[in-house]
Ligand binder design. Structure first.
Ligand SMILES: Cc1cc2nc3c(=O)[nH]c(=O)nc-3n(C[C@H](O)[C@H](O)[C@H](O)COP(=O)(O)O)c2cc1C
Length: 193
């Protein structure tokens, strides 16, 4: 079996590899609020993301008003559980909406039964999060939230879906927790499946 067994050590990481290692899901934020300049650089990184047929089927709504971020936090939780409770510490919450793809991307998705627009949004969201890590900011993508409540709070037009939220703020703690990941050999192979 053409297994990949090579490993990359953290010590050999630099540049982008170090940034990829540094980004993690931050679930505890300091009280400090990120400035709009840093957030703009994150948006610029997202703007430059690739997308199928260059459709760019996303819009980033940056909720940095204190009252708005505070109102969004409870709609990300699950009553009676601890799920996403930490979001109440996040000074900024970004919503990524699904925008209409162009015709070529739309038909590509349809004929090939592949949700290209969601792949695009994932890539753009990760560009945002990686730039945030570069800025010293912490992020956590959120897939669990009350979509209707988010739509209402952010005045997203009816029928337009919110694909993802991103909690943003400065991490309360320093350091990067250990990454729990599959080994390279488990998640990749040379030449054959
Ligand atoms: C699409 C997506 C949705 C996620 N939703 C949540 C969420 O609702 N709550 C949460 O605490 N983490 C969420 N996460 C974060 C993952 O749990 C996290 O990325 C994963 O455990 C790997 O850890 P790391 O990001 O610290 O490297 C989500 C991540 C992604 C990519």
């Amino acid at each position: 079996m053409p297994q990949i067994t090579d490993t990359v050590t953290a010590e050999s990481a630099s540049g982008f590899a170090e940034l990829a290692r540094k980004r993690y899901s931050v679930r505890s934020f300091s009280g400090m609020k990120p400035g709009r300049e840093a957030l703009l650089r994150c948006l610029e990184a997202a703007r430059l993301a690739p997308s199928a047929c260059n459709a760019q089927p996303w819009r980033f709504i940056v909720a940095d008003e204190d009252r708005l971020a505070a109102a969004l936090a409870p709609v990300c939780t699950l009553k009676g559980s601890k799920l996403n409770r930490f979001v109440s510490e996040a000074p900024v919450i970004v919503a990524v909406t699904e925008e209409s793809p162009n015709l070529t991307s739309f038909f590509g998705s349809l004929f090939k039964n592949r949700p290209l627009h969601l792949i695009d949004i994932g890539i753009a969201a990760e560009h945002f999060c990686l730039q945030a890590a570069e800025e010293g900011l912490g992020t956590c993508m959120l897939g669990w939230f009350d979509e209707r409540a988010v739509q209402k709070l952010l005045r997203v037009p009816r029928g337009k879906r919110v694909a993802l939220l991103i909690a943003v703020g400065y991490p309360a703690k320093e350091g990067v927790p250990e990454k729990r990941r599959k080994d390279i050999g488990e998640m990749s192979s040379w030449d054959r499946y």
